[in-house]
Design a protein around this ligand. Structure first.
Ligand SMILES: [Zn+2]
Length: 217
């Protein structure tokens, strides 16, 4: 069930609030956008409520839902986008946390409909070699979870066409840091293009990095 095993619900509630604040402070979300969820020790899912800024949540605000989406606890309604999170948990038992945001640069690529596939830095080769594009899906429909399902086992995040980005990982911090990296990748791609400098690592250099870090080609 991932590295969240061992943390109590109280600790996970506090961590979701802290990471929500970090997302808001870093501009990964605006207004009430975005949502965060984590698998609880009992197998249910703690998530962020609808209609609340991720920068100003308190631990008791967070609702709990079952893996099938049934609300179990909490006064506030879960985000309608939680269905997308639940699909990630159902697709891969190793997923312990999911983060959804609308980071500016990543969302620009999502609107354009261009996945992030450049390998311009060794870090990309090692940590996030590709950010695929999940095809557009009408909000609050089953199309949304269906659109991300093919990427859950093979990637750590994806762009959501005309919408934003989704990342996941074994625990909250890993899923959150994947979102930071995803947005950084989009931002550096924009900047490199602006100075006409979008240079890819050569295939030889990519192969050398993969060998060095034991990453299969
Ligand atoms: Zn959204």
């Amino acid at each position: 069930m991932g590295a969240t095993t061992g943390s109590t619900e109280v600790q996970l509630r506090e961590q979701v609030v802290r990471l929500g604040r970090a997302m808001w402070e870093r501009g990964l979300v605006s207004a009430n956008d975005g949502n965060v969820s984590v698998r609880l020790p009992d197998g249910n899912v703690l998530c962020t409520p609808t209609g609340v800024s991720k920068g100003f949540m308190t631990p008791e605000m967070l609702p709990v839902v079952a893996l099938d989406g049934t609300p179990l606890r909490g006064e506030l309604r879960p985000s309608s986008e939680v269905l997308m999170h639940l699909r990630a948990y159902l697709e891969d038992p190793a997923v312990g946390a999911v983060v959804h945001a609308h980071p500016l640069h990543a969302t620009a690529f999502a609107i354009k409909g261009e996945p992030l596939t450049g390998l311009m830095m060794p870090e990309s080769v090692v940590a996030m070699p590709e950010v695929p594009l999940a095809p557009y899906a009408t909000p609050s429909t089953s199309q949304v979870p269906d659109s991300i399902a093919p990427f859950v086992r093979s990637h750590t995040g994806c762009l959501l066409e005309h919408h934003g980005a989704l990342t996941w990982g074994p625990d909250l911090m890993t899923a959150y840091l994947a979102m930071e990296r995803l947005e950084y990748t989009a931002r550096i791609t924009v900047l490199a293009r602006q100075i006409d400098g979008e240079r890819q690592l050569s295939p030889e250099r990519v192969a050398e990095v993969r060998r060095r870090f034991g990453i299969p080609a």
